[in-house]
Design a protein around this ligand. Structure first.
Ligand SMILES: NC(=O)c1ccc[n+]([C@@H]2O[C@H](COP(=O)([O-])OP(=O)(O)OC[C@H]3O[C@@H](n4cnc5c(N)ncnc54)[C@H](OP(=O)(O)O)[C@@H]3O)[C@@H](O)[C@H]2O)c1
Length: 111
């Protein structure tokens, strides 16, 4: 994906909501920690991007069952499908999130 199309997709969201954060790679080692940390702030909602949302929702359920994620945090978490290799999937996944926390390798591609 080119730098310009990446930025276009990510910046396309209008009426951005600063309290809503999109995290790509949310199922990964770093991503899931970022998601958990963000959800500690009760003012934030997280859109967690995953290539396999069904699998990611199962992870959320397991984390909730084991008390890793509180019910309140789970309610502020939305799993959204995204594949960063598929640029058409990016804007719908970001939605109106005012903050984007991409995977490091894609961030590096974009700068
Ligand atoms: N872990 C560290 O200590 C560390 C330190 C410095 C830098 N980093 C860098 O940080 C990044 C993440 O590291 P990690 O350890 O968390 O890796 P990881 O556990 O392998 O997780 C990678 C994540 O990226 C997602 N992903 C891969 N390709 C994707 C695509 N095309 N579209 C959307 N999502 C995609 C994976 O989703 P799926 O579930 O769909 O596979 C998974 O959630 C990497 O660039 C790594 O080099 C990591």
């Amino acid at each position: 994906m080119s730098k310009s199309s990446y930025c276009h997709n990510v910046c396309q969201a209008d009426e951005q909501v600063a309290s809503q954060v999109f995290v790509a790679g949310a199922t990964g080692r770093l991503g899931c920690r970022v998601v958990l940390e963000l959800l500690r702030n009760k003012k934030l909602k997280v859109r967690a991007g995953a290539r396999n949302p069904e699998e990611a929702r199962n992870l959320v359920k397991t984390a909730t069952d084991y008390g890793i994620l509180t019910g309140d945090a789970a309610r502020r978490l939305t799993v959204v499908p995204v594949d960063l290799e598929d640029e058409d999937s990016i804007a719908p996944a970001v939605g109106n999130a005012g903050r984007v926390r991409p995977l490091l390798q894609y961030l590096l591609l974009a700068i």
